[in-house]
Design a protein around this ligand. Structure first.
Ligand code: ATP
Ligand code: MG
Length: 333
């Protein structure tokens, strides 16, 4: 077995002098060429986890514990110089809002050429050739002409593609995608998801994809990790989590979205209550106050991650009872 490209152990990230525990003991392994999705409600710590992999949280105001290894390197031990080499060339990030990643005063082509030349000694012409190749890969029509466009001259979908091209400019092995399709309309969203899948296959990329949308997660990811209040509460293959979720929170997420595969007449229910205050987490399971299955021990001790089967684990002591709550899927095939 090859070593994973990403290995996170007991990662804890806190803000406000340690009071706000945004990430509270996350373990995550990502195989080479694998795509995983991190899902969960707003404020669960998805972006903070992702940013930790590139050390993009504001260092002076952030307390970090645990270990992060990416492609064999100890991320938390890197010098500023090593970090500058590492960002872009080993790991790259794409965002919901491409205008934050793209500079308005340069053409998208110039930005890609500059990014390449910052990391590698190649001629301007060779870098532009690679930019053109990237534009073709991300399926931007009339790529030669579009390379000379400024970001605001491109449509939202095209801008998203240009940002992906920029992220891939220095041939990273790992792509981090933070809600990359949330701002796009449904048809463009699907196109971008399919594009990411294709890039993953063709370039052997590893991807961590953050989303609110369990449907989008199933589209791009081999494996899904569900995050709640800074912890991974369930993980499994996309199929495991859709067909047989075992954490009451995952079940709540599935029931709260209008999913085509839910049985006719299945009601859409919101998860009652609100996510906890990260500065005041309850002692036991963070989800217990909202959980329909919570019993006394849930409120007393932090639940362990229980193996439900080989590919699936849930941080819950009531996985058997949870099985009976899972939404009914229409039989397929
Ligand atoms: N730099 C920071 N300083 C202080 N608190 C922060 C900082 N960054 C994030 N947080 C807090 O950490 C918690 C987790 O934030 P994070 O951005 O990871 O959530 P998320 O799961 O990505 O949510 P969303 O789905 O809304 O993007 C939130 O309570 C947020 O306010
Ligand atoms: Mg986020």
């Amino acid at each position: 077995m090859t070593t994973p490209i990403v290995s996170i152990r007991n990662l804890k990230v806190a803000f406000a002098g340690g009071a706000v525990r945004a990430v509270d003991g996350v373990d995550l392994d990502l195989g080479r060429g694998e795509a995983v999705a991190l899902i969960g409600e707003s404020g669960s710590g998805k972006s903070v986890t992702l940013r930790s992999l590139m050390r993009l949280n504001p260092e002076r105001r952030t307390r970090v514990e645990g270990s992060i290894t990416v492609d064999g390197r100890d991320v938390l031990a890197m010098s500023a110089r090593e970090l500058a080499d590492f960002r872009g060339a080993v790991v790259s990030m794409i965002f919901q809002e491409p205008l934050l990643a793209l500079d308005p005063v340069y053409t998208v082509g110039q930005q890609i050429v500059e990014a390449i030349r910052r990391h590698e000694r190649v001629s301007r012409a060779a870098a532009r050739e690679r930019a053109l190749d990237l534009f073709r890969r991300v399926r931007i029509p009339s790529p030669e002409r579009r390379l000379d466009a400024y970001p605001h001259e491109l449509s939202g979908g095209m801008r998203q593609r240009a940002m992906i091209a920029l992220a891939l400019a220095c041939r990273p092995k790992l792509l981090l995608a933070d809600e990359p399709t949330t701002a796009l309309d449904a048809t463009v969203q699907i196109q971008i998801l399919l594009l990411l899948r294709e890039l993953q296959r063709d370039l052997g990329l590893s991807i961590i994809f953050v989303t609110h949308d369990i449907g989008a997660a199933v589209e791009v990811a081999d494996r899904i990790l569900v995050m709640y209040a800074g912890r991974i509460v369930e993980e499994g293959t996309a199929r495991d989590l859709i067909r047989a979720p075992r954490h009451p929170y995952t079940i709540g997420l599935l029931k709260s979205r209008a999913h085509g595969a839910l049985a006719k007449g299945a009601r859409l229910e919101a998860i009652p209550g609100a996510p906890p205050d990260l500065a005041n987490l309850p002692p036991g399971c963070s989800f217990a106050p909202r959980c329909p299955l919570a019993i006394e021990p849930c409120r007393a001790d932090r639940p362990p991650l229980v193996a439900v089967k080989e590919s699936q684990r849930a941080r819950c002591i009531r996985t058997e009872a949870a099985a009976t709550l899972a939404p009914q899927l229409e039989p397929t095939g």
